[in-house]
Design a protein. Structure first.
Length: 147
């Protein structure tokens, strides 16, 4: 009876893993699509993988209420992405938890030379995380540098 129960549990876990690996999970942050940032999360080989992108077109004047933490009326010159996790730091009697990059710092796009350039620029980064649901979770960050 215990063997049957164990085999059933293994089959259930295998089914769940198959669902995760066959269906990537996308997080999209707003409706405006010219200048945008997103992170795609998928499961593979017992790891969570994250692919992040912050893309922009320097000739696109940012409209009202664009989403993605963009400033209305400006033109983007460069973008960046980063993945972080909380890390506990002990300094004497002080214990702090800080966001620490898991990719070695921000990943930047190329710098656009002019507002008149009609091209898409992208900052990209990839990170992976274990299945430890109790541990620190990976967070996606992005930002914009303007002309």
């Amino acid at each position: 009876m215990n063997l049957k129960k164990a085999l059933c549990q293994i089959a259930c876990i295998a089914s769940i893993v198959t669902i995760f690996t066959a269906n990537p999970i996308n997080k999209v942050f707003a409706a405006q699509t010219t200048n945008r940032a997103y992170s795609t999360k998928y499961f593979d080989n017992w790891w969570w993988h994250y692919d992040g992108v912050a893309q922009f077109n320097p000739s696109y004047k940012i409209p009202k209420d664009p989403g993605y933490s963009l400033d209305t009326g400006k033109y983007v010159k460069q973008s960046y992405v980063n993945y972080t996790r909380k890390k506990t730091k002990i300094n004497g009697l002080h214990i702090t938890r800080e966001d620490v990059s898991v990719i070695g710092g921000r990943s930047y796009s190329p710098v656009a030379s002019s507002k008149k350039t009609n091209a898409t620029y992208k900052a990209t980064a990839t990170a992976k995380d274990s299945l430890n649901i109790i541990g620190n979770q990976t967070k996606f960050w992005y930002g914009w540098i303007y002309f």
